[in-house]
Design a protein around this ligand. Structure first.
Ligand SMILES: O=C(O)CCC(=O)C(=O)O
Ligand SMILES: [Fe+2]
Length: 240
């Protein structure tokens, strides 16, 4: 995995170009249920096997067979990335973004084991990663430094279709990530893209003059939800 570590961004974010083949990408796009989308104002999403309950608990149920091979199988084979996760991978969030759509800067938070894997399908996009301001992680009651918004470090990660991005460690806990609501990503170069050296097809973006028009992109975000309902766990033969 060290060969896939994105340099410069807080540790650790890994990028693997061509994690799946074009045939596997087409299979995944065909397999995503068409009747489970939840429309949001700036994208639509679905959660498999289900959405979390209000107290961030998962009612356990297996992930669908179409996710098992190749995605889950291949993720589990990655040098122990999910080795410490209590249930391996038990949840998949699917987001669909049309050109011009994105997601506000956020952190994934404590409901999940702090390793997240994202498989990109369809179009390319830029994920903007920024260091949380000191005030974001300061204990409640700490006065905010009015200048703290300035100088927040940011990085751009270009996600090509069929790629895998894995975020863990302090990158999971100390940064925010988001996708700008724009029709085109511009100024893509070795100087502005943190994972430039790891891209599968740098030449594609060079040939476009460092521009990349957004196309419909679907991401599979795979995680381990920490809390699994006890009743379900018993039904599955595991008492936790
Ligand atoms: O679509 C993506 O790559 C990011 C999705 C995301 O940040 C999330 O679901 O928490
Ligand atoms: Fe996220």
């Amino acid at each position: 995995m060290e060969a896939h570590l994105i340099p410069a961004v807080p540790s650790s974010v890994y990028y693997i170009a061509d994690f799946i083949t074009a045939e596997e990408e087409a299979f995944l796009l065909r397999s995503i249920p068409s009747n489970r989308w939840v429309p949001l104002s700036h994208r639509r999403l679905q959660a498999l096997p289900s959405r979390l309950t209000t107290n961030n608990t998962l009612l356990p149920s297996p992930l669908p067979a179409w996710l098992e091979h190749p995605v889950l199988e291949r993720l589990k084979s990655l040098d122990g990335m999910f080795g410490d996760a209590p249930h391996g991978i038990n949840h998949c969030l699917i987001n669909e973004y049309l050109p011009g759509q994105g997601i506000m800067p956020h952190e994934d938070g404590g409901a999940y084991h702090p390793v997240v894997a994202t498989v990109s399908l369809g179009g390319s996009t830029v994920l903007k990663v920024s260091q949380k301001r000191a005030a974001d992680s300061a204990p409640a009651g700490t006065l905010e430094d009015p200048s703290s918004g300035a100088g927040t470090k940011t990085w751009r990660i270009l996600q090509e279709p069929r790629s895998l991005l894995i975020t863990c460690g302090s990158a999971y806990t100390e940064t925010l990530h988001g996708i700008a609501e724009i029709m085109e990503d511009v100024d893509l170069s070795e100087h502005t893209v943190a994972n430039w050296s790891l891209l599968g097809d740098r030449q594609h973006f060079v040939a476009q003059g460092g521009r990349s028009e957004r196309e419909t992109r679907i991401s599979l975000t795979l995680r381990d939800v920490k809390k699994v309902s006890g009743l379900g766990a018993k039904l599955f033969g595991k008492v936790r």
